[in-house]
Each structure stands twice: as structure tokens, then as C-alpha cells.
Ligand binder design. Structure first.
Ligand SMILES: Cc1cc2nc3c(=O)[nH]c(=O)nc-3n(C[C@H](O)[C@H](O)[C@H](O)COP(=O)(O)O)c2cc1C
Length: 241
């Protein structure tokens, strides 16, 4: 598969077969994804890989609830599709059908729970010391104001680590697709971050980045076929100079 085809033909898969891709193949996908770029090459990602049985338990506990917050959005999409408001009696059943059929994961995927340790908050004493030796050792153009130094080692560092993990998640999806596996990034689980970490025994100080379903796409699923046929992208707003 060429790289442009890999990028363009990956789709989110929610209907998987009952076949287990196996731990070895899942490990290969994770190792491929570790070649994603990361700030300072820190590779801040950590993964909890839940086998299909464990993943099914996770889904039983959280999946319906991950959709609850999306109900108003699903209604807007349904009404946009029919070109106007739907009668109240139809709204509930239609939303339910849409989520049951299009949204819920089926089959036996693995779940890769990606998390990261946020950086420690900057230590004011260390920043003062760094400022002092920078002034002593380097010309003025290398001397950042204290506020900039605090931002770089605080909020910016946290963002770099998290965004690096997002790149890792996308690489997981592409590495899986290259092997004929399907994935679906599921951020809905983030709404229950504390409960999910407690359920899985993940250190509460860790930041949850994503849950990624990973398995063999069901070739019989009309939803998978529709995702491929209906895939659309709007032109990227680029300002050329
Ligand atoms: C950050 C992010 C969060 C997502 N969260 C969910 C989710 O909670 N549940 C879900 O079913 N799909 C989720 N998706 C998948 C998107 O719905 C999907 O990528 C989008 O509709 C485009 O379809 P495609 O991936 O098949 O091209 C998420 C994707 C991204 C990038």
C-alpha cells in the first residue's frame, strides 16, 4: 500500500469480526507507532492493552454512557439529513437506532488505552537558578524573561507531551491499517477519566489520552461499507503566500 493510499483509505471501524488479531500482531502495531515524532523524542506515551475479553468488559461498563453526551449532536445530524425538525415522537427512537447501529462497537476488538504522565509543575527555585546561570554564561539574546521560562517548562511542556501522544495514537491507526486491521479512536471514554483509571488500575496522576479499538474489520458490515463509500473531506483552508 502506498503512503498516500494508507493516509486516504484508513477509516474508523466500529464493526469488527469475532477473530482475535492476537497479542503478537497488536504488539507489532504498538512498536510501529512508537516511531511517531515526539517533543524532545521523549516518547511520553504509555499503553494498557486490553485483550478482547477485557475490552468487552470495558465496553459493557462505559460504552453506552460515552454516547449519552452526544445525543443532542446526533439529533442535529439526523435533522440536517432530513432537512428540518423531526417530530418529538420520532426523535428518541431514531437517535437510539442511529447510535445502536452506527455508533456502538461490535465484535471482538482489543482496546488500547493510551495515557501519559503529565510533567511536574515547574519548580520556581530551579527556574531562578537556571535564569542566573543563563545570564552568567550566555549572551543576552539567549535569556528568556522569567514568564517565558515558566511557560516553556509548565503549560507548553504539558502540551508537547500530550500532543506527542496524539501523534502516537494516529500512528497506531495507520500502522494497524497497513496490516489490514481496523481502528476507532474513542474519546467518549475521556468523559469518565477518573472512573476509567480506577476501574483499570491506572495511576490517577496519569492523563488519559485516548481509547483505541483495534481488530479485524467485519467485511459483512454495511456500516463499514458505508464509512468507506461515504467518506468525505472538505478542502483544507490553506492561505498560500
Ligand atoms: C480526537 C478524536 C476523537 C474521536 N472520538 C470518537 C468517539 O468517541 N467515538 C467514535 O465512535 N468515534 C470517534 N472518533 C472517530 C471519528 O468519528 C472519525 O475519525 C471521523 O468521523 C472521520 O471518519 P474516518 O476516521 O472514518 O475518516 C474520534 C476521532 C478523533 C480524531
Amino acid at each position: 500500500m502506498s503512503t498516500p493510499a494508507l493516509l486516504r483509505e484508513r477509516r474508523s471501524v466500529r464493526h469488527f469480526t469475532a477473530a482475535d488479531p492476537g497479542r503478537e500482531r497488536v504488539a507489532e502495531v504498538i512498536e510501529d507507532a512508537a516511531w511517531a515524532p515526539s517533543g524532545g523524542n521523549e516518547q511520553p506515551w504509555e499503553v494498557m492493552a486490553l485483550s478482547p475479553g477485557e475490552c468487552a468488559r470495558l465496553r459493557d461498563r462505559f460504552e453506552q454512557r460515552t454516547w449519552a453526551g452526544l445525543v443532542p449532536k446526533v439529533r442535529t445530524l439526523l435533522e440536517a439529513a432530513v432537512g428540518g425538525p423531526l417530530p418529538m415522537a420520532e426523535v428518541g427512537p431514531r437517535i437510539h437506532a442511529r447510535i445502536e447501529v452506527d455508533g456502538l462497537v461490535r465484535g471482538a476488538p482489543w482496546a488500547l488505552v493510551v495515557h501519559t504522565r503529565p510533567p511536574a509543575p515547574p519548580d520556581p527555585a530551579a527556574l531562578t537558578e537556571a535564569g542566573a546561570w543563563t545570564r552568567a554564561a550566555l549572551p543576552p539574546r539567549w535569556q528568556a524573561p522569567a514568564s517565558v521560562a515558566a511557560f516553556v517548562s509548565g503549560p507548553l511542556d504539558a502540551r508537547v507531551r500530550r500532543d506527542s501522544c496524539v501523534g502516537f495514537v494516529l500512528s497506531l491507526c495507520l500502522a494497524a491499517h497497513a496490516r489490514g486491521l481496523g481502528t476507532c479512536i474513542q474519546y467518549g471514554y475521556l468523559a469518565f477519566e477518573d472512573e476509567l483509571k480506577a476501574t483499570l488500575g491506572i495511576d490517577p496522576r496519569q492523563a488519559l489520552v485516548a481509547v483505541v479499538m483495534l481488530g479485524w474489520p467485519d467485511p459483512e458490515s454495511p456500516i463499514n461499507a458505508a464509512a468507506i463509500e461515504g467518506a468525505r473531506r472538505r478542502p483544507v483552508p490553506v492561505e498560500w503566500r
